[in-house]
Write a protein that binds this ligand. Structure first.
Ligand code: GLU
Length: 467
């Protein structure tokens, strides 16, 4: 029987979950889902000083928003300290780790001397044979092998060998008795049965150390996949300036989760030259073998393009829900029906923020009328055209887009003018601006009473009634 795949996402809640972290989570999640495996979430909150509840919340919200569900309860690493300490004690008892009494000054001086001698600064292992000093403060170091090589057979980067000579004796427990990251991560990944550790390539240098710890503890070594980092468009490491904001901010800015997921997947992974994927397609297609080994570049324009694409193809009901929430409205008994409004607007909106803004006119009377637009579209005789439309509209037995279209066309034909000459003024009076979905659809959605009221009110506000 093949082993069930288990991946994990193990963020430290010391900063916001941004694009890079979200992509790591997505790749781990996709790999698990693709293979019918499990995906676990472990919050690595052992640094009590720098971990915040707010950052943890952003991680949980961000993953939920992206649709990256995890199996089982969230695991908090800080609650597992006794297991970490037990592992340190076991290594000590077996002579695979030792107490190091070197002061900071001593280690600094050692490093400085090495630097001056042109050597790589590293701990020289002098406490391996030092006498126990019962009352002196100490850290615990792992006794790493002096010769040979530790090899990471990475699923993305291929074989990466690290000469053991360059891996000095790692601190696995600080002087305050708290275990360090490399020890904790090994104990936790092993205990959680993680088969594939998928993470950013900034962790590659930790991996040989972790492999040595697995070996020393007699634990099965998972497979590793290190995903290349994300760079900004200028090739520099991704930063705030490039849009490296908390992932939840994309929600505020009007991005659809499926667009962000699609974009993140394509940051490093490819499938031929296809760009557009649904979540279901990603689950069916994702593989680590198609993750490139070089850094990906963040491209805001592509993200925006994908967002518009997914918006145009989204279910109107889903868009409507978001739209109502953004406008602070109560969906119950709302007219016009939010779904119909969302449907009318989705083709002409680039993001959810824009869609909500475009929808505002369907629920709120205009507070003012765009001066420039009024100047441009209200000429002599324009008010009379609107009055003529009002007269026809008032008598209409059914308020329906085809009939409304016909009514406008008839009036314009009579006056030998293009339809825009009436449609634009109508838009301005209805919305305050000359922008809306097609005028017949706009009129139908707003309903007869609302249209007549806004048109009359608008004419008198502009002082053109009867002109
Ligand atoms: N907690 C580590 C971080 O956020 C990740 C650990 C890992 O994936 O091994 O960078």
């Amino acid at each position: 029987m093949t082993q069930k795949i288990r991946t994990r996402f193990a963020p430290s809640p010391t900063g916001m979950l941004h694009i890079g972290g979200a992509r790591t989570a997505l790749f781990s999640w996709l790999y698990a889902r693709r293979h019918g495996g499990e995906f676990v979430l472990r919050i690595e909150d052992t640094d009590r000083q720098r971990s915040t509840d707010e950052a943890t919340q952003v991680i949980l919200d961000g993953l939920a928003w992206l649709g990256l569900d995890w199996d089982g309860e969230v695991i908090y690493q800080s609650e597992r300290q006794s297991q970490h300490i037990a592992a340190v004690e076991r290594l000590l008892a077996e002579g695979k780790a030792y107490r190091c009494y070197c002061s900071k000054e001593e280690v600094d001086a050692m490093r400085e001397a090495q630097r001056q001698a042109g050597q790589k600064p590293q701990y020289d292992g002098r406490c391996r044979h030092r006498q126990q000093q019962p009352d002196a403060p100490y850290v615990v170091r792992f006794r790493s092998p002096d010769t040979g090589e530790t090899v990471v057979n990475d699923l993305v980067l291929g074989r990466v060998g690290f000469p053991n000579q360059e891996l000095d004796d790692l601190i696995i427990m600080r002087s305050d008795g708290t275990p360090t990251y490399n020890l904790a991560v090994v104990v936790d990944d092993a205990e959680m049965g993680i088969t594939h550790v998928i993470r950013g390539s900034d962790h590659l240098n930790n991996t040989p150390r972790q492999i040595q710890l697995y070996e020393a503890l007699g634990l099965p070594i998972p497979q590793f996949a290190h995903i290349p980092l994300i760079h900004g468009p200028d090739g520099a490491k991704m930063s705030k300036r490039h849009g490296a904001v908390a992932i939840t901010e994309y929600r505020e800015q009007g991005y659809l989760p499926e667009a962000v997921v699609n974009y993140l997947a394509r940051l490093g992974w490819s499938h031929g030259d296809e760009e557009v994927f649904t979540m279901a397609q990603l689950v069916a297609l994702f593989d680590l073998t198609q993750v490139g080994a070089s850094a990906a570049r963040f491209d805001q324009r592509k993200l925006d393009w994908l967002n518009a694409h997914h918006l145009h193809h989204a279910k109107a009901a889903v868009l409507a829900e978001d739209m109502v929430a953004r406008l602070g409205l109560d969906a119950a008994a709302l007219t016009p029906a939010p779904e119909a409004v969302a449907q009318a607007l989705q083709e002409r909106s680039k993001n959810l923020l824009e869609l909500a803004n475009n929808a505002r006119m369907f629920y709120f009377d205009p507070e003012s009328y765009d001066e420039k637009a009024v100047k441009k579209h209200f000429k002599e005789g324009t008010a009379a055209l609107v009055e003529a439309f009002i007269a026809v509209a008032e008598a209409m037995p059914v308020w329906q887009r085809d009939a409304l279209h016909q009514a406008i066309a008839d009036i314009c034909q009579q006056h030998h003018i293009g339809m825009g000459k009436l449609a634009q003024p109508l838009r301005i009076l209805l919305a305050g601006v000359p922008v809306s979905p097609p005028i017949d659809i706009t009129l139908e959605l707003l309903g007869k009473d609302c249209c007549l009221r806004r048109l009359r009110r608008g004419l008198s506000a502009l002082g053109t009634a009867g002109a």
